[in-house]
Design a protein around this ligand. Structure first.
Ligand SMILES: *[C@@H]1O[C@H](CO)[C@@H](O)[C@H](O)[C@H]1NC(C)=O
Length: 430
């Protein structure tokens, strides 16, 4: 066992909340992947600590009907679950003034709906967001004029709290007074070969001058489309327990961040879904089939409680969360799409997070690779090098008595992939 393979962390305990402002967690939801959804498919998220879906809507003519179903499902759920629109400006047209009508129609349709998310909570302002939109002009001369026209130019429109994710230099936010805040999509992953931190968040906070900041948090990123389809084939670096590490950054900085957006609930194409594999795949079956990510939901719920309250919840029983790629990063495969860009940013490890109510011994193993740590109560991280064909196995024991023995079905590392699949296999002990 190497010391660097275990990173024990004392729980925060029951510290009083440091800040009074309410913390909210929303999840990015691709309406574009829901063509076959029925009303009953829109459930589950609220039980995991998510307050709302940001409904990413694009140009398909059937999407308004699915949005209507989502609002119906929120009513049927008898929960306080909220929804708001996230206009996908990589899909929706926005060059002409008339293009604003689609956006305004969505906003006026749901302005009085009890499940429309308002911001700040309890106010009469509708929360609205985007994916991109920095190139939109809606027939106007500048970015400021464009969005002012689209969302505020018609007096019949309700008041909107507009927090877009424009991909632009945040130094220009000062001159962009029509935005009420900003969502930083790319804060969810390290943009280079590094671990996550709060640097990019700090730059946004500084430039927003007190306006709303929405941080991104995401477990993974791998997309694998060849030139014959969407032509995007890359990873972001998600090593070093990235999902847990990013949540820990947000918990630590919770005084500065009132809103966190999970990327995503159901974007299968980029492998960062945490919800069930359901609905319609955007030609991503090759890397998502058999890769259910719902094991991440309970780990996320643990962090969401800490983010919202300032105190990590009590741990009442042993849980283990394991994830990793199933193939070596440098393996070759007979795959016409080729290796994803940035493939050399990632190393062949199994990433584990262990929740213990009391100290215990924990052994991670896969074939001849094995690591054992004596861990304290609380949350700890462990990792295991994966080198040869093997099945992942974890055991928690105290004085010879085995408390948990978990060999997740299908969690098999193999040296010879048939395609370049850098998606994460995720397993959570029951
Ligand atoms: C990325 O970082 C890791 C760990 O710091 C290092 O081992 C690896 O060689 C780096 N990869 C590239 C392509 O720089």
């Amino acid at each position: 066992m190497g010391l660097d393979d275990a990173d024990a962390q004392a729980p925060l305990g029951n510290r009083p909340p440091q800040v009074a402002r309410q913390k909210l967690v929303v999840a990015h939801f691709m309406v574009g992947n829901t063509y076959p959804y029925q009303v009953a498919d829109w459930t589950k998220a609220s039980s995991k600590g998510i307050d709302a879906f940001a409904l990413n809507v694009g140009r398909d003519s059937w999407q308004p009907a699915r949005v209507a179903d989502a609002f119906t499902a929120a009513v049927n759920s008898k929960t306080n679950f909220k929804l708001f629109l996230s206009f996908d400006m990589s899909s929706l047209p926005c060059a002409a003034a008339a293009d604003a009508i689609t956006l305004r129609n969505y906003l006026t349709t749901y302005r009085a709906h009890p499940h429309q998310m308002m911001y700040p909570p309890g106010s009469s302002r509708l929360l609205a967001s985007t994916f991109a939109g920095e190139a939109c002009r809606f027939g106007q001369g500048t970015l400021q004029a464009a969005w002012h026209y689209a969302l505020r130019g018609d007096l019949r429109l309700p008041g909107v709290h507009f927090v877009p994710s424009f991909f632009m230099d945040p130094a220009a936010f000062g001159g962009l007074q029509t935005i009420d805040g900003s969502f930083q999509w790319n804060s969810a992953w390290p943009m280079g070969n590094s671990t996550t931190n709060f640097d990019a968040d700090n730059i946004y906070l500084k430039n927003l001058g007190g306006r709303t900041y929405m941080a991104g948090v995401s477990p993974w990123f791998f997309t694998h489309y060849g030139p014959d389809t969407y032509n995007k084939n890359f990873i972001y670096r998600c090593d070093d327990w990235h999902f847990a590490a990013r949540w820990e950054v947000l918990v630590k900085h919770r005084a500065e961040v009132d809103l966190a957006q999970v990327i995503t609930w159901n974007d299968f194409g980029e492998s960062h879904y945490v919800g069930p594999i359901a609905g319609a795949q955007p030609m991503s079956e090759a890397w998502t089939k058999g890769f259910d990510h719902q094991g991440w939901l309970d780990l996320m719920q643990y962090y969401i409680k800490a983010y919202k309250t300032g105190a990590y919840p009590a741990i009442t029983r042993e849980r283990v969360f394991l994830w990793g790629r199933l193939y070596p990063a440098n393996a070759n495969a007979p795959d016409h799409v080729g290796k994803p860009q940035n493939w050399a940013y990632t190393q062949d490890y199994l990433w584990g997070v262990v929740l213990l109510p009391s100290p215990a011994m924990v052994t991670l193993s896969c074939g001849s690779s094995t690591v054992t740590s004596a861990l304290p109560a609380g949350l700890s991280k462990m990792r295991l090098r994966l080198t040869t064909d093997c099945n992942v196995h974890v055991k928690i024991w105290k004085k010879k008595a085995v408390v948990l023995d978990f060999a997740p079905k299908g969690f098999r590392f193999t040296k010879h992939p048939r395609i370049y699949n850098f998606n994460a296999f995720v397993a959570a002990s029951p």
